[in-house]
Design a protein around this ligand. Sequence first.
Ligand code: CA
Length: 647
Amino acid sequence: MKRVLLSISLILGLLATSNAQESYTVKSPDGKISVVVSAQNGKPQYTVAYDGKTVIAPSALGVKTNIGDFTSGLKIDNSTAEIDIYNTYSLPNIKQSTVNDVAKSILIDFSKDGKNSFHVVFRVSNRDVAFRYILTDSKDTKVCVINGEASEFNLPDGTTTFLCPQAKPMGGFARTSPSYETPYTVDDATGKNGWGNGYTFPCLFKEPDNTWVLISETGTDGKYVGCRLLNIGGPKYQIGFPQEEELNGFGSTSVQMALPGRTPWRTITLGGLNNIVETTVAFDLPEKRYEPSQKYIYSKGSWSWIIGMDPSCNYDEQKRYIDFSAAMGYQSVLIDAFWDSAIGYDKIADLAKYGREKGVGLFLWYNSNGSWNDAPQTPIGKMNNSRIRRQEMKWMQDNGIRGIKVDFFGGDKQQMLQLYEDILSDANDFGLLVIFHGCTLPRGWEKMFPNYAASEAVLASENLHFGQGACDNEAFNACLHPFIRNTVGSMDFGGSALNKFYSADNKHGTVRRTSDVFALAVAVLFQSAVQHFALAPNNLTDAPAWAIDFMKKVPTTWDEVKFIDGYPGKYVILARRNGNKWFIVGINAQKETLKTTLTLPMFAAGSTVKQYSDDDQLNGSVKDVKVNKKQQVSITIPCNGGVVITQ
Ligand code: CA
């Protein structure tokens, strides 16, 4: 499946050290992206240019460790071969099922005090630049501690930002922050540092020449920490390690590493918004950590908690949701917090059996704690201990439970990243899929952990229930995720409500401002191979039949994605393909109605497609539309409305 060809275009490693160059350049396969790595006054640095224009100005590289400061006093020693990478892989649970990843890679050796123990690897595809560090061992040195990275991203003056702040630790609900649930600020100036603690990955920037840049990281597991992006003045940003107070102030913010060791990848996706939306860099780079214990079933399901909250977590209501999922042709039900006391293990086993007879599997909620925050929800004390966790998972396997949703993690320190990895690998032993909530950003986990399903790491649908402000801003936020959070990893949003109100009687509570067609569009727009939609049993009778029919059939796995048009926070139109079937979806957050004509080469001229759209009062309807000779279809999307076009 994976082929790596050595073109041996440069075997500079064969050259004597004294012949080492001052700098090395590596270009993307199409030659448009150019990365130059050098050492200036002993400090390693890199620059990135796109079509000859600077995208990343000279920016520092390096790490500070307890076996040496690899940020200064360094000199380029020599370079090994430049490698052409042809990497074809298949992943059923990301935006594109088969990826042909083509890139060029170079490894630069740096020496310090005559010793050669620090290397930088750069990897450049036609839309992504990635780098990471390799630290080697020596006769007497087999471990190190990394206290920080010099890794910088210096953007041109005039760059604007689309960022969400990293939260202060031990704040928010039950002292559970940071959990990657902060609001975005868009079209903002550089030179700020969020709420004082930097920004949550991924971070989107627009440069003055309209080049878009998405900075993130991938390949992180229990061997490293989860990082954030710190502003260090003007348009300069730097990798930041976790904050001291995370994990209830316990544990180190540094990395403990066995040598030889490799850091996660720092990624820079650049170009047009199509590159930002379609990039697969988060999945191209990391390697699978273990084989799946079984073929995992990705599916859609229902979830009572989002509409009914904690009181809905009872036997009768969950049985009703199993019936509802079965009526929708869905394959799962997610049972949220307090099921252990409100339903009990034996009755959950009964529900699992009842569901199985109807083709509906159960996902069960768990508290990740532990001792890192005050979240009181139960079951608790089951996922933080290997012996108890595996007993619990054995019980789940014996009763045919489909997967788990684990919530309220304690930040990004190394031992918390190790807990994510341990939960995933244990769950794989018992054939369970894993959804994370109140959690960090997934960093290539779809590739690394075959039973990983999705993560929240976003202001998700619960906020639509909790506050009217989130409902009023729903379209704005939804117009950000395809460009930022969701482009680097599966997003467990739990949306697409067709209730008018977020309450069980559908008569009180927060009011949904977006249209029914918007809900349909979002079911395609938000990518996650496992989806638990915010639909309710009453929607079988109180929602339009065309909307329910669409939600019954909408896929959750995709073969291809194409960006069509949009602007972060304003509107977005994209196309996803499942098999031979294309879904073109759009939503609009702008006050003005969006009227445009889309060229859709996936549809034959003269063919008939179904178009779901809204009138100016957000009343939806579906009609057959003919694709014209130029393969075009005209669309109109009012504010808070949507459009869906499909065969
Ligand atoms: Ca949450």
